[in-house]
Design a protein around this ligand. Sequence first.
Ligand SMILES: C[S@@+](CC[C@H](N)C(=O)[O-])C[C@H]1O[C@@H](n2cnc3c(N)ncnc32)[C@H](O)[C@@H]1O
Length: 442
Amino acid sequence: MSFNEKSHVNLLWRDWLKQAEKKPLDRWLKTWFKQNRHLSRSQKLDLSQAMFAAMRFLQTASFLDAHFENIQSETDVETWDKHWQIADLADLSSSRFWQWVNLLLEYHQLEQPDCLLNLQNQTYDELKTWFEQQVGKLAKEPAAKAMLYGIRPQWQPLLTQRSILNQWNDAEYQQFIAKQLVSPPLWLRLTQASQDKMGDTVKRLSEALNKQGVDAQLTEQGLCINGGQDITLTENYKQGEFEIQDLASQQIAEAVQVKPGQKIWDTCAGAGGKSLAIAAKMKNKGCVVATDLHEYKLAEVKKRAKRAGYFNIRTFAWNGEKPLKLPKEAAQQKGFDWVLIDAPCTSAGTWRRNPDAKWRFNESDTQQQLAIQQQILNQAHYAVRAGGCLVYATCSWQVSENEAQVADFLAKNKQFSLIKQQLLGAPYQNSDTMFVAVMQKA
Ligand SMILES: C[S@@+](CC[C@H](N)C(=O)[O-])C[C@H]1O[C@@H](n2cnc3c(N)ncnc32)[C@H](O)[C@@H]1O
């Protein structure tokens, strides 16, 4: 490791800290690498890996340093957290910051990027000796223990609420927080609906991807990718044989048990992940109406539908403020068979994949999201036909955005009854954590 490479990781961290408003890390890194074109592909991968680790542990590193310097005692983690902000990290030298991150990676037996391994020196050994003496004590205190896994103390009551509702035992809770330390794999969904997840088509695809240098793995839940070549460069991707879609997200689409010929409204379609998965089951018969607040996202739906060969998806802009003006065929049958609300939310269930997002999360954002979710539920439910179903989903594990919203909706709309509601993904599966509820209209 040359002096330059060492300084890159420090420079990278300093530049990230300097942003007034923190952009999503993957986009920010892309721009940063464009400005540092001399870096090789493997250096970029190594630096990205370090930055993702930094996002998981940035508060933990800050806490350990304050504790090490005797600024903070481990007994009042919650009080310390109330006053803590990301800007405090500017007072910590970059190399010390990275040493704490590296120590935490080592402690959790996670892969350590080369650029961090090479920052190990005498100070690192001192920090390590101190950490090893302290960690037992820290792990006995719930808030401090969670912080060792990058969980902010103020999120703990929310996590406890989830854990009680789902009756997680200690092992499940531990699994949930441990899973927050690693990104889930990329899950693939075959475009030609092969319901048999271990069938011949998927086996052939898995072999073809492995031959092209992609680390594809066939599991009981389906096909997932753990690294290797860029999957979007493979022939199979170019031919439209599969879509990249998280396992929990696929399960939300599966909760919409549509039949060919039916009418579906995907209210918050975004770039169309669920619309496409739903259309895959319809054999181009019936209609999927995909709406979203943002028209540019709908352009992506159209592009993806064309690539997959689905001609029954129609797109409209809709902002959730008024009921949708029904297309003729849905009006004739007095509504849609299925209305899916894949609601805007805090996205807390995707922090494994996007750990930087957790630092953009705050209570007032949650309140804002709760209000939008209620508004969309209030306006969209009119479009369900008698006997049809409303499916409400989020990519959050927070009870307030999920079971509490459903209970509130059902209390106000007695013509709907709950068929099922379920938390999907981590800790039960190696994916994002999401929620789905199916409600039927009388
Ligand atoms: C969870 S994302 C949807 C993801 C998408 N269904 C998929 O599977 O890829 C939520 C979507 O809600 C949209 N949205 C936010 N506020 C909205 C509103 N007031 N009315 C309609 N859509 C809204 C966002 O633009 C975003 O695309």
